[in-house]
Ligand binder design. Sequence first.
Ligand SMILES: [Zn+2]
Length: 114
Amino acid sequence: MKCSACGADLKEGDTFCPVCGKPVNGPATAGNVQAPVEEKTAKDKLGLAGFIVAFCSWLIDPLALASLTAIILSIVGVTGAKGKYKTFAIIGICAGALEFVLQVIRLVNLFSQM
Ligand SMILES: [Zn+2]
C-alpha cells in the first residue's frame, strides 16, 4: 500500500503516513463519498417543456400548433427523461395528443360550415 498524498510505502495497519503525516485512506473515509447530485438533463427539461406547452395549448392554441409542439417536445423528452420528468413527458404527450385531436375536430367543423 502507498500513501495517496506522497506515495511513500505504508505498513499494513498504519493510520498515518510516516513520511508526510497524512491520514491513510482506508475504509473509514469511504463514507465520505458524496451521493451523486440529481441533475436535470436536457431531455428532462424537454419533457417538462412538453408538459407545460401541452397545458398552455389548452388555453391558447388557435391552430393546434402548440399541441403539436408539445407532443414533439414530450416525445423527445420521454426518451431520455428520468423519474418525475418522464411522468411529465408522458402526461405532455397525452395532453398534447388529446388537445390536437380536439383542435382538428374543431377546425374540420369550422371548414365544413364554410
Ligand atoms: Zn505520505
